[in-house]
Design a protein around this ligand. Sequence first.
Ligand code: NAP
Length: 253
Amino acid sequence: MPTNPFDLTGKLALVTGASRGIGAGIALALAQSGARVILNYFADPDGKNRAEAEAMGAQCPGSVLMEADVSKSEEVNRMFTVIGTQHGGLDILIANAGIIRDRTITKMTDDEFQSVIDVNLRGVFHCIRAATPLLRENGRVVTMASVAGQMGFFGQANYAPSKAAVIALTKVAARELARKKITANAIAPGFIETAMTQDMPDEVTRKTLEQIPLGTKGQVDDIVHAALFLCSPGARYITGHVLNVNGGFYMGA
Ligand code: NAP
């Protein structure tokens, strides 16, 4: 064990959906802990995401930007081929990218259902599958699940099952990757202040906060600190775990 159990010097990390929100926060924190970071972003027609990823990258010394839509296996495979060619391996995969498209079951279209499954579940699968041959001994996989996947929320017939499946997928990965001493863990954020939650109606926000024992929304840093811990050498004996970071919203095992 190194002197500082949270030191990531010399590690190479990929963070998906790193242009903003939780992914951007994790990328910055990994860089500040000594890792070199690859920031994945999803290209939009206006170039806004690339600009945001570039701004993040400017704060992460030695970082690289890589464009890929995680829902498309060919784009993900291409990204990991480049990582293998240019870097020879990978130490940390943060499968963070995710979207939300809420609608009650009877109103939800096939496309609204499928698009969320494609990004949130298939995206994580594509990344873990392509990362596996590159992940070095003592590597780390951290996936971003959600309290929604544990509790199931009104209007989330697409999002909640996608996140429940991410938890199951992470446990499968933990078993399959263990032979290389690679750990795989999920973080299940609760109600975190990012773009994803900012448009919630005030009434829904108030009712949600009433159910959270700690009484407030979480901040990006609350998730970042959990991710840093799971990536660190200090967490080497934790695998297949779901780390709830939710202010007590859900307390199940
Ligand atoms: P966010 O601010 O909306 O950021 C999501 C990131 O994922 C953005 O950078 C987004 O890029 C990227 N992304 C979306 N689709 C992508 C794709 N197909 N390929 C690559 N990147 C893509 O959300 P967040 O709140 O930071 O959430 C991060 C993760 O935490 C998500 O998996 C989310 O489900 C999970 N989570 C969040 C909360 C919460 O309360 N905020 C709670 C539980 C779980 P664009 O800029 O193009 O959209």
